[in-house]
Write a protein of this length. Sequence first.
Length: 129
Amino acid sequence: MAFERYKPRKRSSTYPLVTLGKAGIRFNNYCRKYIEGNPHCEIHYDRPKKILGIKFVPEESEYTFRILYYGKLSSWSVACRRFLMDRGIMIECGIWKEPVRIRAEWDGERGMLVADLSGIASEQKEKTG
C-alpha cells in the first residue's frame, strides 16, 4: 500500500466571510481591509429581506459595537448576542445550535459589508418542519 504524505496549507479566503455564533459575529482575515482603522461597527438589519449590514466606523457612539481582534487566529469579532436574540436571528438561523458561515459582499454605495441571511433562515425552517 502506498501512502501519500499530506502537507497542511493555510486556508486563505478570496472573499469576506461572516460567522454568526452564540456570542456574536466573527469576520475572516479577508475583512481586514474594511476593519483596519475602524475599531467599531454599526450593525444594521433589514427584517423583511433578512439582510445583515455591518458598517465599520472609526468613532464610538451609542449605536456602535467594539471590534475585538484575536491575533493568534487572525480574526475579528463583535460581541452582539443581544442583537442576534432581539432580532430573532439566533433562532431563525439556528446559530444557538452551531455557528453558521455566510459569504458576505462589500456594498460600496452604502459603505458596509452585507450578508444575506434569507437562505439560512429558510433552510432552518425546512429542517425543523
